[in-house]
Design a protein. Structure first.
Length: 148
């Protein structure tokens, strides 16, 4: 299946603001649990709805991640200039009403949306993190779990 994502060109790295942005911005997170068996319909509706959010002032980019362990579970990550751009700008817009009509009937239960900011002293800048080291996924770590 195709991963649904849209990242606006110039999306900021972890520490540095994007070109034309004075601040690193915020990250909205929404863990989405869907009605059982509705993933395919949801992904089609999301592919349509993403244009609505991408056109909003203060929007920087988003990703929709599908859970590997739990069917019908997703994580929506949206980058905004500020919480106000999300809460007052998008949520009070006519576009949000269209977003709601396209997507909200899939959620069971309705998601809790939270906003985060980067911790500058604890975040690697994009592109400067060390390359991941290979590991054997067949051998559990000392605690019996596979490494993350």
């Amino acid at each position: 299946m195709e991963t649904l994502s849209y990242v606006q060109q110039g999306m900021p790295g972890a520490l540095a603001p994007a070109a034309g942005h004075a601040t690193p911005g915020i990250l909205e997170t929404a863990p989405l649990q869907l009605r059982p068996g509705s993933s395919a319909e949801f992904e089609k509706a999301f592919a349509q709805a993403q244009a609505l959010i991408a056109a909003m002032p203060g929007y920087r980019g988003h990703e929709l991640q599908r859970c590997l362990e739990r069917p019908d579970h997703y994580l929506l990550l949206v980058r905004w200039d500020s919480v106000a751009h999300h809460e007052q700008g998008f949520r009070k817009s006519p576009e949000y009403q269209q977003w709601r009509a396209l997507l909200h009937h899939f959620y069971e239960p309705f998601p809790t949306v939270l906003h985060y900011e980067a911790v500058p002293t604890c975040t690697a800048p994009r592109g400067l993190a060390p390359a991941p080291q290979p590991f054997n996924t067949d051998e559990p770590a000392g605690d019996g779990l596979l490494p993350i």
